[in-house]
Write a protein that binds this ligand. Structure first.
Ligand SMILES: C[S@@+](CC[C@H](N)C(=O)[O-])C[C@H]1O[C@@H](n2cnc3c(N)ncnc32)[C@H](O)[C@@H]1O
Length: 325
């Protein structure tokens, strides 16, 4: 497993330096044009940004106030806004499907991430979730991210660099089958196809009671993960789906937008507890009832079979067994 080398004392990202009221060289700017396009650009002397509405010259933008309106050489207007996390995630170059901001936001919320936390993530993909995790734990925390494909590993680093989150992430090229190098991390997220295969590695690196989460697109994957979590002594399990519906900002005719992104994925959460804990006590009540019913049915079937074998003429009658608790 290889790690991208980091300087001993990484320079803090511009996100954590005091912001001036005016745009400066190196600033990330969201340029919003009147044809509802949004561009994320890093201001550099003598650079130009080409759009369908003409060219915006960086030197004309440097020194302007945030929130100002500027014009292209064709006379089209654009707004100069400070980008938010949503804008950073929406402008990443993609080599894989990247997590939707709504799902990333909920993951960060449910795992209680805050400045100073240490988080492991696999796989990195294009770095979409990595950006959101780094945004939450920076400037004093760190994200350790693992990716098995070299092209995605490299792409994610470029993306992180571009949006100023690189100082808060250590990237590893390798599979999490080999385990993670860090121990006692606060949270661990798996965004890959078969997370249930890596739960032992998760246990080995996540502190007891820490936050585990995984994002999966189909229900059969979720079921597989639930069996795995039960086997590996993860408790406090929950599954959520996040639906966000946008509205047209027209005060006199307020209504939802016509289309929405409905299903993106299921978010599964769990906490590893010590193996001393009696797992059966902590299963969801519905799960306990289901297991008891299945056990009862199996006992009934076994008893019926036993009676049939003994040649009991009344063998079809079910025995009177106690009902489950
Ligand atoms: C769905 S993508 C992750 C997308 C990412 N969360 C984002 O927002 O950009 C899944 C990634 O996991 C990687 N992957 C699959 N199996 C892996 C493994 N065993 N170890 C590390 N990475 C793995 C894949 O190469 C792929 O890049």
């Amino acid at each position: 497993m290889t790690e991208h080398s980091l300087p001993a004392q990484p320079e803090a990202s511009s996100w954590f330096r005091p912001h001036s009221a005016h745009l400066a060289v190196g600033d990330l700017v969201l340029l919003v044009t009147s044809d509802e396009k949004r561009y994320l650009i890093t201001l550099q002397p003598r650079q130009e940004h080409h759009t369908h509405q003409g060219i915006y010259v960086h030197d004309d933008l440097i020194g302007r106030a945030w929130g100002d309106e500027v014009r292209s050489q064709l006379g089209y207007a654009a707004l100069l806004l400070m980008p938010g996390l949503h804008d950073l995630m929406s402008h990443l170059r993609r080599g894989t499907q990247i997590i939707y901001p709504k799902d990333a936001a909920y993951l960060v919320h449910r795992m209680g991430l805050r400045a100073g936390c240490r988080v492991i993530e696999a796989g990195t993909g294009s770095g979409g979730l990595t950006v959101a995790l780094a945004w939450a734990v920076a400037p004093t925390g760190i994200v350790y991210t693992y990716e098995s494909r070299i092209d995605n590993y490299q792409l994610a680093q470029r993306n992180l660099e571009r949006v100023g989150m690189r100082p808060y992430v250590q990237c590893f090229h390798g599979s999490d089958e080999d385990g993670f190098q860090q121990k006692d991390v606060d949270a661990l997220v798996l965004d890959l196809r078969e997370p249930w295969r890596f739960l032992e590695q998760v246990r080995a690196s996540l502190r007891p009671g820490g936050f585990f989460a995984s994002l999966l697109p189909t229900t059969n994957q979720v079921s597989e993960l639930l069996y795995g979590l039960e086997r590996e002594h993860f408790m406090d399990i929950s599954i959520d789906e996040v639906l966000v519906r946008g509205y047209k900002p027209v005060p006199d005719r307020l209504r939802p937008v016509d289309t929405m992104t409905a299903h993106t994925g299921y978010l599964v959460f769990g906490r590893p507890v010590t193996k001393k804990v009696d797992a059966t006590l902590w299963l969801a009540k519905e799960r306990q009832r289901y297991r008891a019913r299945k056990q009862f049915e199996a006992e009934v079937a076994a008893e019926a079979e036993r009676r049939a074998i003994e040649g009991n003429p009344d063998g079809k009658k079910y025995p009177r067994l106690p009902l489950p608790g």
